[in-house]
Design a protein around this ligand. Structure first.
Ligand SMILES: [Zn+2]
Ligand SMILES: [Zn+2]
Length: 340
């Protein structure tokens, strides 16, 4: 038996492969892949802008699947037919992050579809320790757990607390996850994006108010915060301008969290760092937030499926990446339906 897999052969060229399915080794499970969410990092791989990727590469790390077979030594908590998602990161266990209990920021981290082949295919094998399940969640929801976990981690890094005002710059998938997390923590969320459609999504996920990213933003934010600025700013764009805005807009003694990778060097007015005594924090991947997100989805605190703007089949996934690269604005989340 052969399986189909979508491969990015080189920047801007995809292919549909027919290859042998993987065999589960000891401690591994064979998954029948059902849904794969396409991520901004997959788009960057397609565009040739992801420095961590070597080609050819099978992308895909936002996964919902059913367990097809168990390798030797997999505990009986897992059984064939069970619906799961997974943590797509692999940490080294030895670096300073890992030893500090922060494996999400592992120096040697390998993410499925980035440093190793992903799951945009009919079958995939993963170690059983990576699996996550929650009864009552559907395939579409399970495929959205990882990107929401990244946003939830940013809220945790920013120590966002009830009653605070938080500014989130950028309402893409990760920014929207951060908005949902901050709202669940009881914060008042101000959401910023150029696109009114994305500001409307932000409101659905719990933002109190949305703002255009253009001129007048600074005055509007000051006005909404009694002149103080937000207690925390979460940057989820990755542009030099928003990197700077974050420190300019944050309140004195506030926190700034960066999730986006800035694609160019950023020039700063550094006086804000010291005069405001800012906590400036990076936020990478996710740690315990997977369980938080599963619980939030199961409690139906908000509807994560609002993010899904496009659905395609596995055969169409390569074209979907190309269309996304050519016209990114209409896309929030593309779900690849690998199997029913
Ligand atoms: Zn992702
Ligand atoms: Zn490590």
């Amino acid at each position: 038996m052969r399986m189909k897999a979508v491969v990015i052969q080189e920047p801007r060229r995809t292919g549909l492969l027919s290859i042998d399915p993987p065999q589960p080794g000891p401690g591994e499970v064979l998954l029948r892949v059902r849904r794969v969410g396409l991520c901004g990092s997959d788009l960057n791989t397609f565009r040739g802008l992801n420095p961590l990727v070597r080609y050819p590469r099978i992308p895909g790390h936002e996964i919902a699947a059913t367990i097809e077979a168990l390798g030797a030594g997999v505990p009986a908590t897992w059984r064939a037919g069970q619906t799961v998602t997974l943590n797509p990161y692999t940490a080294c266990g030895a670096c300073s992050s890992c030893r500090a209990g922060r494996a999400n920021a592992c120096r040697e981290n390998q993410t499925l579809g980035v440093q190793r082949d992903g799951a945009l295919s009919e079958f995939a094998c993963v170690p059983h320790g990576k699996l996550l399940a929650h009864a009552g969640l559907g395939l579409d929801e399970l495929a959205l757990v990882e990107p929401f976990s990244v946003g939830f981690h940013a809220a945790a890094r920013g120590r966002v607390a009830a009653g605070e005002t938080v500014l989130v710059l950028g309402c893409g998938t990760i920014g929207l996850g951060a908005i949902a997390a901050c709202a669940l923590r009881g914060a008042r969320v101000l959401a910023v994006d150029l696109d009114p459609r994305k500001r409307a999504l932000a409101a659905e996920l719990g933002a109190a108010e949305g703002f255009d990213a253009g001129a007048g933003l600074e005055a509007a934010v000051r006005e909404r915060t009694g002149g103080h600025g937000p207690a925390a700013v979460i940057e989820a764009v990755g542009a030099p301008q928003t990197y700077r805005q974050a420190v300019e807009l944050a309140a004195f003694a506030g926190r700034v969290v960066y999730i986006g990778y800035a694609k160019a060097e950023v020039a700063y007015e550094t006086k804000h760092f010291v005069a405001k005594e800012l906590d400036i924090l990076g936020s990478r991947n996710a740690l315990g937030e997977f369980d938080e997100v599963l619980a939030a989805f199961a409690a139906r605190r908000f509807d994560p499926l609002k993010l899904v703007t496009h659905r395609v089949s596995l055969d169409e996934a390569g074209d979907a990446l190309r269309d996304w690269a050519n016209d990114p604005n209409p896309v929030t989340k593309i779900l690849v339906e690998v199997g029913a």
